[in-house]
Design a protein around this ligand. Structure first.
Ligand code: PLP
Length: 378
């Protein structure tokens, strides 16, 4: 048979400034782009494997995992296929079906699905309910203590380190310490954190932490990070009685080619950029201030922002769309004409975006473009 044309090209995303938060920190480093070619073949990291992926010495997965563990300060680390697979593995292993876990109200949908797949119930910590949509540790503790009273035992508490709707950064250290006191296992979902900002899991007393290679660590993915305290290693990474080298919850081996090779190639670059996090936040805040110079554009979530993902309410942009002959599509088209992409087509009432890694000039250009567009139609 003859296959259809799958249209495997991506000029638009490469040749424009992309504001989609999902994609900003998954851009490959130059070294990762080389590794992608070198390790594109299936099972390409398995040439010298003796049965344990984490112990492969060529390419140096063993050394890489040591470095990665240091980078996020955990005792033990493994790669999985994504943050979601990491969360699922932890919940599935640490809980029984019918157990109840506590999850913050800004959790990603994959946290809910991981819990559902593992057959556990969820009690949710409400956010502040206003434009800040903040998850406070006071509220978390209140909900968790009430849950323990009501249910009897809560095995695990999940905290979204940085949520994908508002870019709010939560207090992972306070959660870790609180969970330790209450005898609850803590699981930090750092899909939007690890690889962008410093993670200090042991310093924060966090039991398990997950990250996302394709979201925040300049890797092609799909690949995730699962880090843990040493005390959980035996249980979490229990081996098969039949296949004594193979870790059951990971189904033996996880990433076996380009996804892990690109993650490895990018680690030095990622370590470097995390050192620059304060500067990144500063540039994002400047970008927010510039955009807010436009009447009717306002950042919501915690202010000033502590992350590159920012969400804006944009009644002004909406008002323009009501009268524009292209309706809500005008914004996408005007931005596209200026080589800016990543805001959803047709959406004008609000948007979220990220300028992570862009130069100050590029950020300024984007803010100026929004001003131009508003002035053109108002
Ligand atoms: C993107 C995202 C995920 C999913 O990450 P994967 O690595 O694709 O599974 C999970 N949680 C949050 C908060 C996210 O933003």
């Amino acid at each position: 048979m003859e296959c259809q044309n799958y249209n495997l090209t991506r000029q638009v995303e490469r040749e424009n400034l992309n504001l989609n938060p999902l994609q900003r920190a998954g851009f490959l480093s130059p070294a990762a782009r080389e590794a992608l070619l070198e390790f594109g073949d299936g099972y390409s990291v398995c040439d010298y494997c003796a049965g344990r992926l984490d112990q492969v010495a060529k390419p140096g997965i063993d050394g890489f995992l040591e470095d990665l563990a240091k980078f996020i300060n955990v005792d033990v680390v493994r790669t999985v296929h994504g943050a979601r697979e990491g969360k699922y593995a932890v919940i599935n292993k640490m809980c029984e079906p019918g157990d109840t876990i506590v999850v913050d109200g800004n959790a990603h949908y994959t946290s809910h699905l991981a819990a559902e797949r593992a057959g556990v119930n969820i009690i949710e910590v409400p956010n502040s309910g206003d434009d800040r949509a903040e998850i406070t540790i006071e509220q978390y503790q209140k909900t968790l203590e009430e849950a323990i009273d009501d249910v009897g035992e809560i095995k695990l508490a999940l905290l979204t380190h940085v949520d994908g709707e508002y870019g709010n950064l939560t207090d992972a250290k306070a959660l870790g310490k609180m969970c330790k006191k209450l005898g609850v296992i803590s699981l930090l979902n750092s899909a939007y954190g690890m690889g962008r900002l410093p993670v200090d899991a042991n310093g924060w007393d966090i039991d398990f932490v997950v990250g996302s290679g394709h979201k925040s660590m300049a890797a092609s993915g799909p690949i995730g990070i699962l880090g843990m305290k040493g005390e959980w290693e035996d249980e979490m990474l229990k081996r098969s009685p039949r296949h004594e080298k193979k870790e059951i919850e990971l189904l033996g081996c996880t990433s076996r080619g380009a996804p892990i090779a690109t993650l490895m190639a990018s680690l030095p670059y990622v370590i470097e950029r995390v050192n620059n996090w304060d500067e990144e936040v500063k540039l994002t805040r400047e970008f927010v201030s510039k955009l807010e110079e436009i009447d009717g554009i306002q950042q919501i979530g915690v202010r000033p922002t502590e992350h590159d993902l920012v969400r804006f309410n944009t009644p002004t942009l909406h008002k323009i769309g009501l009268k524009h002959q292209r309706k809500g599509f005008y914004l996408y088209e005007e931005l596209k004409n200026r080589n800016i992409v990543g805001i959803k087509k047709g959406q004008t009432e609000w948007f979220k975006c990220s300028t992570f890694g862009m130069s100050q000039e590029q950020r300024l250009y984007i803010a100026e473009s929004f001003k131009e567009i508003v002035e053109k139609y108002l």
